[in-house]
Design a protein around this ligand. Structure first.
Ligand code: ADP
Ligand code: MG
Length: 727
C-alpha cells in the first residue's frame, strides 16, 4: 500500500489501497464487497464500480400541474400502500403518492418488495409517464429513488449494480467517501493529450460520472474515463509491439523463388481482390527481417487456407519449415488433405502422392517440401517418423494440433507458424511456439487466422498488437445460403427438405446445441437425438453422429465417411463449426437455434453452400414455452441471421446484444478490464486513444518520461506482465 502519491486508477498490486481505508467500510463489510460478484477489494475497484444508470430527477413538477402523457419526476411522500389481495397475487401493487398539491397512484407489477421499500411516510422521487386509468392519473412502473436527508438536493442519482447485501444507497455513500478522501487522484495522461481531445481532469471525471450535476457533465466525464480505459490498454499493446520489434530478429524470407509464385499460378481460380491485398501484405511482412505478427481474418470460405499455404511455401522455398496449427484433429486432418490437393498440380505426378500415411512428398525425390501431419492420436510408429522428419528438416510443412507444442517436438528450422482459429489457443501457447524458434535465435513469423468476423473496434482491442489483413469478400460464384427461421410447426417441412436433398444426391447436417462438450447430460441428449432421427425420422437414410467427446480416431472416421458420401445425414454438435469442408452438403438444420450466438450461427451455415448447389439453412426456434416478449426477441435475432450473409454485420449485432465477452474469451490482453467502454458506441474514442498511445510509445518507448503512465500500464497488465515484457 502506498500513502505517498495520489491514487492511481490502474495500479500495480503494490500501489493498490485496500477498501478498508475508506471511511465507513469495516473489515466485515470489506469482506462482503470482496466476496460479492463485484469482487471489490481496493479503493481502485470501488471508484471504478460505475453506476448502471443515472436517474435524472431534475425536471420535477407538482402533481397538480401534470397531464396525461407527460414524462415527469414527482417528489412527494407515500400516503398509502395497497398490496393486492392474496387471491390475486398477479395484480399490481399500488402506492399513493402525495406532494401537497394533489396525489397520484404509482403502479408496480411483480414487485411485492416495494411494500417494504416504501412504507407510508417515505419521501421519494418517482419518474415516469403519466397515464390515465378509469379517469384517474397514475404512473406505471416508475423509476423510484428514496430520498434521504443526504441526497435531498441531489437531482441526478446514480444507480449502482447492487446485491441484497450491498445496497445502491450504501454504495453511493462509500463511493462518495472514497472520492472525497482521495481527491485529487493521479492524472497521468500527458497534458497535451488532454488538451488535444479537450478532456476534463480525472478527478473531476470520477466525481462527475458518479455524481453529476447535469447529464451533460456526466457524458463528458464518461468520455474522459473511457479514454483512460482505452489509453492504458493501447499503451500496453503499443509497448509490447514496439518492444518485440526492437528486440527480435526475424527472417527476411525470399519471396521470389521457385515454389510459392508457381503455386499461385497453378491455382484453378483467380484470387479475389481481397486475397491479393492480403498476399501483398503477408509478402511484405515475410520479406522483412522483422518477425511478422499478423492476423488474417475472413469468414469461412473466404480463402484463408490458400494464403496460409502460400506463406508456408515462401518459408519452405528458402529452406525453412512452416508449422500450421489447427484447433482440432478433424481440422488438422482436413488441412492436410486440402494442402495435398492444392499442391497436386505442382507435383510431377499430377496428384498429391502420399508417401506413407500422413506424409507427402509432393515433388517425389526432387526435393520439394515434404508435408507431415502430427496429431495426438497418431500411432507410435508414425509419430516417430513424423518427429524425425520434423527434427531433421525433411518435413517442410508440418500440419498439426496442440501436439506440435509438446516437449518432444523439435523443429530443425522453424521459420513460420500459421495458427488457425487462434482464439482457441492461449497467448501462452503462442509463446511456446515462438520458443521453438529456428536456430541462431531468430524468431519465426507468425500468421494467425480466424474465421470469426471481429468488428474492427474489437480487433484493435484484443488483437491490438497485431497487424490485420481482412478478407472481406467471398470468391465469385459462391451461392449465398438461403436461411429460414422455423418454429416447431415447421419441423416436418424441415425433415422433408433434408429428405428431398438426399434424394437428389446431396447431404445434410443436423446440428444439436451442446453448450459444453464436457457436459455428459447434453452429450447424451445429442446421442439420443441421433438415435431418434436414425430410427424414427430417417430410418431409410444413412445417419451418423459426431460430437466432441468421441475419440479422435472415431471422429475422423465419421468425417471421412461423410466426406466420401457414405453418410447422408450427419448429426453433429458444434465441432463442425470450424473449417469442415464437404461441398456436397446442401442443407443444415439447426435445432434450438436460439441457444447460439449470431456469429456462431453464421459460422455454422458456412459449412454448406460450398459446392455451387443452392443451399438452405433452417433455424429451428425452440422457445415455445417462453413468454411472448422473449419469443419475439429470439425470433428477431434469428431473422437477423436470415436477413444477411455478412458476418461482420452479425458480429456487430452480437456485440450489441450480448456484449463482447461472447466473441472473445477473457484471456485476451487486458480486455476484461473495460468497465465503462462500449466498443460499439466508443469507436471514435478508441481510435483517438490508440493513436495517442502509439505516438507516446514512439517518443518515449520505455515511458521513462511518463512514470505514472508506465505504472498504470503495469497495473493494467498485472496478470500478464510476462507477455508485456516478453523478450
Ligand atoms: P477458408 O479457409 O477461409 O474457410 P478456404 O481457403 O478453405 O477458405 O477456401 C474455401 C474453398 O474455396 C476452397 O475449396 C478453396 O480452394 C476455394 N477458393 C479459395 N480461394 C478461391 C478463389 N479466389 N476463387 C475460387 N475458389 C477459391
Ligand atoms: Mg520476416
Amino acid at each position: 500500500m502506498s500513502d505517498n502519491g495520489p491514487l492511481l486508477l490502474y495500479a500495480p498490486p503494490r500501489e493498490q489501497v485496500p477498501v478498508t481505508q475508506v471511511k465507513g467500510v469495516s473489515s466485515k463489510q470489506a469482506a462482503l464487497l470482496a466476496d460479492s460478484r463485484f469482487g471489490i477489494r481496493t479503493v481502485q475497484d470501488l471508484v471504478q464500480h460505475y453506476p448502471r444508470r443515472h436517474l435524472d430527477f431534475s425536471e420535477t413538477k407538482a402533481i397538480r400541474e401534470v397531464g396525461v402523457g407527460d414524462e415527469v419526476t414527482i417528489i412527494g411522500a407515500v400516503r398509502k400502500v395497497q398490496a393486492p389481495p392474496p387471491q390475486r397475487r398477479k395484480a399490481p401493487l399500488k402506492v399513493i403518492l402525495s406532494d401537497g398539491t394533489s396525489s397520484l397512484t404509482l403502479v408496480f407489477f411483480n414487485q411485492p418488495w416495494r411494500a417494504r421499500q416504501l412504507p407510508v411516510g417515505t419521501r421519494i422521487a418517482a419518474k415516469g409517464k403519466i397515464t390515465s386509468f378509469r379517469g384517474l392519473r397514475q404512473m406505471n412502473a416508475p423509476m423510484v429513488d428514496v430520498i434521504s436527508e443526504a441526497n435531498e438536493v441531489v437531482k441526478i442519482v446514480p444507480q449502482y449494480p447492487a446485491t441484497a447485501d450491498i445496497s445502491t444507497v450504501w454504495l453511493r455513500r462509500i463511493i462518495r467517501a472514497a472520492l472525497d478522501e482521495y481527491r485529487p487522484v493521479a492524472d497521468p495522461l500527458p497534458p497535451e493529450v488532454r488538451r488535444r481531445h479537450r478532456l476534463m481532469g480525472r478527478t473531476e471525471a470520477l466525481s462527475g460520472y458518479h455524481f453529476p450535476g447535469q447529464m451533460t457533465e456526466r457524458d463528458e466525464a464518461r468520455r474522459r474515463l473511457v479514454f483512460d480505459e482505452l489509453f492504458t490498454l493501447q499503451t500496453g499493446l503499443a509497448f509490447h509491439k514496439r518492444r518485440l520489434e526492437r528486440q527480435e530478429v526475424g527472417i527476411a524470407h525470399q519471396v521470389n523463388r521457385d515454389l510459392a509464385k508457381p503455386f499461385l499460378d497453378s491455382l484453378p481460380f483467380r484470387l479475389t481482390d481481397a486475397q491479393r491485398r492480403a498476399v501483398a501484405e503477408i509478402e511484405q511482412d515475410l520479406a522483412k527481417a522483422l518477425p511478422m505478427h499478423r492476423l488474417l481474418q475472413g469468414e469461412v470460405g473466404s480463402g484463408k487456407t490458400v494464403l496460409a499455404l502460400y506463406a508456408a511455401l515462401v518459408a519452405a522455398q528458402g529452406g525453412y519449415q512452416a508449422a500450421i496449427l489447427a484447433p482440432t484433429e478433424v481440422l488438422a486432418g482436413q488441412h492436410f488433405l486440402t494442402i495435398a490437393s492444392l499442391l497436386a498440380p505442382l507435383s510431377g505426378t499430377g496428384d498429391g502422392q502420399a508417401s506413407g500415411p500422413g506424409q507427402l512428398d509432393l515433388f517425389g525425390a526432387s526435393g520439394g517440401p515434404g508435408v507431415v501431419l502430427l496429431t495426438g492420436s497418431l500411432p507410435a510408429a508414425r509419430r516417430r517418423t513424423a518427429l524425425a522428419r520434423i527434427a531433421d528438416g525433411s518435413a517442410g510443412i508440418v500440419v498439426g494440433t496442440h501436439a506440435l507444442l509438446e516437449e518432444g517436438v523439435s523443429f530443425h528450422n522453424l521459420g513460420l507458424a500459421v495458427i488457425d482459429e487462434q482464439h482457441r489457443f492461449g497467448v501462452h501457447q503462442r509463446m511456446v511456439l515462438r520458443d521453438k524458434r529456428a536456430q541462431d535465435g531468430v524468431t519465426p513469423d507468425v500468421l494467425i487466422m480466424t474465421a470469426t468476423p471481429i468488428p474492427r473496434t474489437l480487433a484493435l482491442t484484443i488483437y491490438g498488437d497485431l497487424d490485420v489483413s481482412t478478407l472481406n469478400e467471398l470468391p465469385k460464384g459462391r451461392r449465398p445460403v438461403t436461411t429460414r427461421v422455423l418454429d416447431e410447426d415447421g419441423r416436418a417441412e424441415a425433415y422433408d427438405l433434408v429428405r428431398s436433398e438426399v434424394a437428389a444426391g446431396r447431404q445434410a447436417y443436423v446440428i444439436t446445441p451442446l453448450v459444453s462438450e464436457s457436459d455428459k447430460l447434453e452429450v447424451k441428449s445429442a446421442v439420443a437425438e441421433a438415435e431418434r432421427l436414425a430410427t424414427k425420422v430417417f430410418p431409410d437414410l444413412r445417419v451418423d453422429l459426431l460430437h466432441g467427446q468421441m475419440r479422435p480416431a472415431a471422429k475422423e472416421s465419421v468425417m471421412q465417411r461423410f466426406r466420401s458420401g457414405e453418410v447422408d445425414v450427419l448429426i453433429s454438435t458444434t465441432v463442425v463449426e470450424v473449417g469442415v469442408d464437404v461441398p456436397n452438403a446442401t442443407v443444415m438444420l439447426i435445432e434450438d437455434a436460439d441457444r447460439f450466438g449470431l456469429s456462431q450461427l453464421h459460422q455454422l451455415r458456412g459449412r454448406i453452400g460450398r459446392g455451387g448447389y443452392p443451399s438452405t439453412c433452417l433455424l429451428l426456434s425452440g422457445v415455445m414455452e417462453q413468454p411472448e416478449e422473449e419469443r419475439k426477441k429470439a425470433r428477431a435475432r434469428l431473422e437477423a441471421v436470415a436477413a444477411t450473409n455478412d458476418g461482420f454485420e452479425l458480429a456487430e449485432e452480437d456485440l450489441k446484444i450480448r456484449g463482447s465477452g461472447t466473441i472473445m474469451d477473457e484471456r485476451q490482453a487486458g480486455y476484461s478490464d473495460l468497465k465503462l467502454t462500449n466498443l460499439l458506441r466508443d469507436k471514435e474514442i478508441l481510435g483517438q486513444a490508440r493513436a495517442e498511445a502509439f505516438k507516446l510509445i514512439d517518443i518515449d518507448p520505455d515511458l521513462r518520461a511518463n512514470p505514472q503512465v508506465r505504472l498504470e500500464m503495469e497495473g493494467r497488465f498485472a496478470d500478464r506482465l510476462e507477455w508485456l515484457f516478453q523478450s
